[in-house]
Write a new protein. Structure first.
Length: 158
């Protein structure tokens, strides 16, 4: 008779990495960093039709309570230092979703001298969400993708 056959049905056998990944997956508290028109779609995603909270995500007003930042819109060099400061104030592990063409690569404004040619030049990005502006359904899909990524990662990020 094996070890698992002797256990009662209400006992769960797992390791700490899977347990912590499951907890992180279902409790993503996000900091909204809306900069342009994509932020309207970001706000709409928190509304009753798309409802990010049913996936365990809740908006937070301070970076110290957040573990996910959603950057929506055109990032300028003037705002880049503030973004880096907010990112550094977030607790570990922290995740980033870059929402929209402007935050991914500069978008329509990539020729301007004041526009950052992608948020990844300032902070590391976990999920890129293309579109101008992306629909709330696309943001939900990127959140689910990030949750799967979190579930499969090890306890300490490399």
């Amino acid at each position: 008779m094996s070890f698992y056959q002797e256990l009662p049905e209400n006992i769960l056998v797992t390791n700490i990495d899977q347990l912590l990944g499951w907890g992180r997956k279902h409790s993503l508290w996000y900091l909204m960093f809306g900069l342009a028109c994509c932020s309207i779609e970001l706000m709409h995603t928190g509304g009753p039709r798309a409802d990010l909270e049913r996936f365990g995500s809740a908006p937070r007003g301070t970076p110290r309570q957040s573990d996910l930042i959603i950057i929506a819109g055109t990032l300028t060099y003037k705002m880049a230092s503030r973004l880096k400061l907010l990112y550094e104030q977030m607790a570990e592990p922290r995740y980033v979703i870059s929402m929209g063409s402007c935050s991914n690569c500069g978008g329509l404004f990539d020729k301007a001298y004041s526009v950052v040619k992608g948020v990844d030049q300032i902070i590391p990005v976990d999920v890129y969400l293309p579109g101008c502006p992306p629909r709330p359904e696309a943001l939900l899909e990127s959140l689910i993708f990030l949750q799967k990524k979190i579930q499969n990662e090890k306890f300490l990020r490399k």
